[in-house]
Ligand binder design. Structure first.
Ligand SMILES: [Ca+2]
Length: 165
């Protein structure tokens, strides 16, 4: 018998899946070509460290961001991102930074990159970082973002195929 309780459970399971999946958006390059971006919310990443925590903010993508990314190499966010094919991709950070210019480390399958996060003027004012050009394997890749200098907060990362150099 199909009870209301069971139906609720199924709905909860479907919603659970929807939130676990990343959301794709489409942007347009200067030449009019469309660029598919896969968004991974920071608050859905695995958070580890000392100060780091997700905080609610209405202006953030998904209504939340991750703040208190303070302690160098200790406060980390781990994302599992899926690439349709091996190759070069851009990782952009959606972030806010109410203090001085900051820098975070971006490790992709163990290879280290760095992202600059200039001040956005105040907290809850968001900007998008320059894309960090990284190499991804086909399938699942492990991306670890960690504090280096400053105190920028992370809203999301967008991943897209890198343009030809
Ligand atoms: Ca977010």
């Amino acid at each position: 018998m199909f009870e209301k309780k069971t139906a609720k459970k199924i709905v909860a399971a479907i919603l659970g899946c929807a939130f676990a999946l990343n959301i794709s958006t489409v942007a347009f390059a200067a030449d009019g070509d469309s660029i598919k971006k896969d968004r991974y919310e920071a608050e859905s990443a695995q958070l580890k460290g000392i100060d780091i925590k997700a905080v609610t903010n209405a202006a953030a993508s998904g209504g939340k961001k991750v703040g208190w990314i303070n302690v160098p190499d200790k406060d980390t966010l781990t994302f599992k991102i899926n690439a349709p094919a091996a190759g070069e991709y851009l990782i952009e950070e959606g972030y806010d930074n109410g203090m001085g210019d900051a820098r975070q480390s971006v490790s992709v399958n163990g290879k280290k990159y760095s992202v600059q996060l200039p001040s956005t003027g105040s907290w809850d004012e968001y900007a998008v970082s320059d894309g960090v050009r990284v190499t991804l394997n086909e399938g699942v890749n492990v991306v670890v973002i960690s504090a280096k200098t400053g105190f920028a907060e992370l809203d999301y990362i967008d991943v897209s195929a890198a343009p030809a150099e």
